[in-house]
Each structure stands twice: as C-alpha cells, then as structure tokens.
Design a binder for this molecule. Sequence first.
Ligand code: FAD
Length: 345
Amino acid sequence: TRTLAYLKPAFRTYATAASPHALVYLEHSAGAIDSASLSALTAAQKLGGQVTGLLVGSAEEVKEVLPKAQKLKGLNDVLHASSPQYAHPLPETVSPLFEKILSSGSPYTHVVSAHSSAAKSILPRVAAKLDVPAVSDITSLEHDSSSNSTTFTRPIYAGNAIATVRAPSSVPVKFFTVRSTAFAAAPSDGADVEAKPLEAVEVASSPTEHIKTELTKSDRPELGSASRIVSGGRALKDAETFKKTLEPLADVLGAAIGASRAAVDAGYADNSLQVGQTGKVVAPELYVALGISGAIQHLAGMKDSKLIVAVNKDPDAPIFQVADAGLVADLYEVVPELVEKLKAQ
Ligand code: FAD
C-alpha cells in the first residue's frame, strides 16, 4: 500500500532481489568465533548465494577475531564494527547497527545467526522493526530462487513434532536462527576475504547496561560442543555424590558433564550443565545418561546424540526408548566397574 511504501521504502529494493545474500552474525568469546556461529555460517551457505559475516565487539576484540573471521570458509566478505558499547552484545546496543545495515539499498535477503541467548533477542527485535517475521531454531532449510521463498523445518513441542514453515517472497528480508547441532561447523581454512569496516551506531542512553559476566571455569570440554557427555539425574542424591560418581567416568572418557533439570534444581549440578528443553541442546558422539528417567523435556536436548547409553534401575524408564545401549542396573555398582574396565583398556 501507499502507507507501507512510504514507511518502508527499503522493501521495494529487497522485494526484487534475485539471488540470496545472507548476513551472518558472528558471535565470539575469548578471542574465538563461537562454534554455534560456525554452524550458522554452514546453514547460510545452503541458501546458495553470497554470504557476508558481521563481527561486532570492542576494538580489541575485533582486532583479535577479525583475522580468524576472514579465514572462514564460505564467507565472501566480513563487515566489522567496534565500539566500547559492543564489548557485551546487548540487544539494545547491537540492534540499531543491524537496522542501519538493513536500511534502504541493503543487498541482504537473509539475516542468520546461531540460536544463542543474545541473538534470540537481537534478531526478532530487528525483524519487528522491519515489520517482518523471524523464524527460530531451524534444523534445515531450502531456498527456491525462482519464487524467492525459503522453507525451514524447526522442532516444536520439545522436539516431538517438526514444523515446516515458509518465508515467501512477500517477506523481503528473512531472519532465522540456527540450531547448531543440525549443521556442521564451517571450517576456518579458507583464503582471506575482504574486511569492510562499518561505523558503530552509538546508543545515547541504553535502557539496559552490562554489569558483570560470571563464567563457570572448567578444564572439561564445553558441554555444547563436546563429542562425549556423561550426564547425571536425580538418582545422584547430592552434589558430592554427583561429582564423586560422574567425574571418574568423565575423566576416563575425556567427556563433558551434563545433568537433568531435576539434578540442577536439587543443587547437585550447576545450571550451566542442564541438558534439555530449557537447558542446552547437544548431539555428541556419545551420551551416557546415568539415573535419568528420560522425560520428554530431557530427551528434547539429547535425543539426536549419535550413541546413547543409559543406566537405570527401572526397566520401564522412557530413556530406554531412545537408548542404543541400555543397562537395567544400579548405577552405583555399574559406574565404578565401567571406570575400572575403561582404565584397563
Ligand atoms: P527422575 O525423573 O526422578 O528420574 C530419576 C531416575 O533415576 C529414575 O528413572 C530412576 O529409576 C533412576 N534411578 C534411581 N536410582 C537409581 C540408581 N541407583 N541407579 C540407576 N538408576 C536409578 N528436564 C531436563 O532434564 N531438562 C530440561 O531442560 C527440562 N526442561 C523442562 C521444562 C519444562 C517446561 C518442564 C515442565 C519440565 C522440564 N524438565 C526438564 C523436567 C523434566 O520433566 C523431568 O522432571 C526431569 O528431566 C527429571 O529428571 P531426572 O530424570 O533426573 O529425574
């Protein structure tokens, strides 16, 4: 309509865009690009067009991470913006930068990110400003250039059903976040691509400010990207027993430690270790579930693991329905024996 055309002049440019051009938000921490963003980059490549990375951070962070971003395979170029305001990517401070990038004349047809806590807030916020929908937590995608529509699948009802949704050509910029376990991480052995600096968009008075970040320190592999995970549930009784029982097995397997929500809520394990619908979604090569019943909310976070091993006293525990190897036994007898046998190998 006339009103829309007046309010959103940029859309006339987008609607005629022929081949896709994705803008991928590259999140980073401790000088490295997050592996979930590398999976988002792989997903963006499946659109079949150009892919531009977007790196945002303090000047020091950008200086350290930019050379790594330029080497990512699958990127055509990298935009980068630095400001003290971007040291902690609050949606309130980063969103205006996205809006500027996507303003009139922008070549981008898709905006892509990991399904991370920050991006889950940034992307829908920017999409709302542009008056377009955002699709979250996608596990596959297909772009049809002739109709300029993109079709996605995404798990719903804690992974018990898969919804297929389509962003048609009437959606000029298609926003989506990516479930990292569904896409391999893009490799970082590409040729250096061009880095294009952008001016930061300073927010005069942000309604939120970053106060502090408390990181859990651990020598173990990071839960979200570990290839092996040993997870414990309510059966682990208390924090001390949880640690004493799981750590020797995790050590011998070189595994990360995970937990069910019951174990986290009871204070046996840190919040950051929770696996499931309201915790982390993981898909390691090996997932060992000890004293975990297998509630659907837990399965939602681990059922895509390649090999699931479960130990539970109850032969009817639902975890056995997804387990590749199941042992109906008392974990306090089985786990020490398993540790000894693995050590002897
Ligand atoms: P239980 O269900 O109590 O199971 C304990 C198991 O240990 C039992 O199967 C028992 O047979 C076995 N056991 C006991 N003793 C032994 C022993 N000595 N040896 C071997 N086996 C033994 N849960 C999550 O995990 N992650 C989530 O993200 C999550 N999100 C949720 C979101 C919502 C909205 C809701 C409503 C729930 C959510 N839950 C989540 C909770 C979920 O429904 C279950 O309550 C929880 O997963 C149960 O944890 P559990 O299996 O450790 O405990």
